[in-house]
Design a protein around this ligand. Structure first.
Ligand code: PLP
Length: 424
């Protein structure tokens, strides 16, 4: 469920017309709904509270949509943050999320990033490899610190909506094998500068079939039980993120409640604090990308291109993952003329800059506004200035109120960032 609905015949985000925002801010522009973010977070947290493991740590995966106002909205509801870079840790802290609720993940944390995470005292540094463990131990020893760590385990389970976002097979770059985790956990437990507190997994993104998750959770349970059997303390089990969202109309991905049932089945009776790292399921349906039609180009041969002012630099998911986004007119015509098939494209000089092929849409003309639905996650966060297009702005709506939470830079801003080499 989300809060993008037709009001007075045009698409609104909560109580604000998307056309009004487009008029004021220009297009393309991302628009997020506070009510939807809050609802998704609450539904997820409540489902996981019901699994019989006490209060879970729900660490929102910052990379899905890292805008400070989004983080602050979620942080105010008690969300933690799952981070994958120093920049993301800094964002979470800046948004008021306390370090005790921050998880630091990622396969290639640098010494400087690890030092920063130790200094601020994050809840858990998820260690992804033995070299990283050694680096962390060295950095911690230099500081005389003993950071809390968890081992990111690669449970060797295939899952996820696309090969580029599957992370849980043994040939992916993420994590250590279960047997490695056992050995490293035992070693680290005796280390003066490392404090293992848990194990973690995250097997992929846009997961719509819960079976691989259940298999992975079962393997994680076995690992926890074996570690405890060796007398080691394991306080927390971090089950990652990955739950899919309905980009397309079928099959409908499972709800958090169904995931909670899987957790109950796989982990029932295990006394351990659970952590989750949901990103997409919180943010995707809480955002849309609004764009304007520049031209409709009809070839005599019959192909019909809808050329938008949004491009792959603003929303890269279709180009990168062959992802599907619903595209809807912001002001649908009453009466409804017969729909037409459009190739929906952006202005960038690459054939990859195609959002959809032969998409059936109501007839559109230059100047019309369209919205890409379910664009809140991995939308703005993956945007760039490719083709020297200005970074896409972001707007957050709450009821009747709205605010620009990342303004569109000016061309002067863009050029000013690049000092010329002194010899030029
Ligand atoms: C990206 C990521 C997530 C979030 O994944 P979603 O599919 O957006 O829920 C969680 N944990 C880790 C370690 C990640 O890299």
């Amino acid at each position: 469920m989300n809060h993008f609905e037709l009001k007075g015949g045009e698409l609104a985000c909560e109580d604000v017309s998307l056309a009004a925002i487009a008029e004021a801010v220009g297009t393309p522009v991302y628009v997020y709904s506070t009510a939807t973010l809050e609802r998704h977070y609450t539904v997820f947290r409540d489902a996981m509270r019901g699994t019989g493991h006490g209060e879970p740590l729900v660490a929102y995966a910052v990379k899905a949509c890292p805008n400070l106002s989004i983080l602050k909205t979620l942080g105010a509801m008690g969300a933690g943050a799952d981070t994958v870079s120093e920049g993301e840790v800094r964002r979470a802290l800046a948004a008021g999320i306390s370090a005790e609720r921050i998880v630091f993940s990622g396969v290639g944390k640098t010494a400087a990033e690890l030092a920063f995470a130790i200094d601020v005292g994050v809840a858990e540094i998820n260690v992804e490899s033995e070299p990283e463990l050694n680096l962390l131990a060295k950095v911690a020893a230099e500081k005389g610190a003993r950071p809390q760590i968890a081992f990111r385990v690669n449970p060797d389970v295939a899952a996820g909506g696309h090969a580029k976002i599957a992370t849980g097979k043994s040939d992916n770059k993420f994590g250590v094998s279960i047997s490695e985790a056992e050995r490293l956990y035992a070693n680290a437990s005796n280390h003066a500068h490392l404090k293992p507190v848990g194990v973690a997994c995250h097997i992929g993104s846009q997961i719509t079939d819960l079976e691989p998750l259940e298999a992975a959770y079962g393997k994680m349970r076995g690992l926890v039980e074996r570690l405890r059997g060796e007398g080691l303390s394991v306080e927390r089990l971090d089950l990652g993120g990955g739950l899919g969202v309905p980009y397309f109309h079928s099959p409908t991905p499972p709800e958090p409640a169904a995931l909670a049932e899987v957790v109950k089945r796989a982990l029932g009776g295990l006394d351990i604090q659970l952590a989750f790292e949901p990103g997409r399921v919180i943010a995707a349906n809480a955002g849309v990308l609004v764009a304007r039609v520049i031209h409709v180009h009809e070839r005599p041969e019959g192909q019909r291109f809808l050329v938008l002012d949004a491009a792959m630099n603003d929303l890269i998911r279709p180009a990168m993952y062959e992802a599907y986004h619903d595209i809807v007119p912001v002001k649908p015509e009453a009466g409804g003329a017969a729909p037409l098939a459009y190739d929906v494209v952006g202005p960038i000089c690459e054939t990859g800059d195609t959002f959809a092929r032969e998409r059936i849409l109501p007839p559109l003309k230059a100047g019309d506004l369209v919205a890409f639905l379910s664009a809140g996650a991995y939308g703005a966060s993956m945007s760039s200035e490719y083709n020297s297009r200005l970074l896409v702005p972001e707007v957050l709506v709450k009821g009747e109120a709205w605010a620009v939470v990342r303004p569109r830079p000016s061309y002067a801003d863009m050029l000013a960032r690049e000092p010329l080499a002194t010899w030029l």
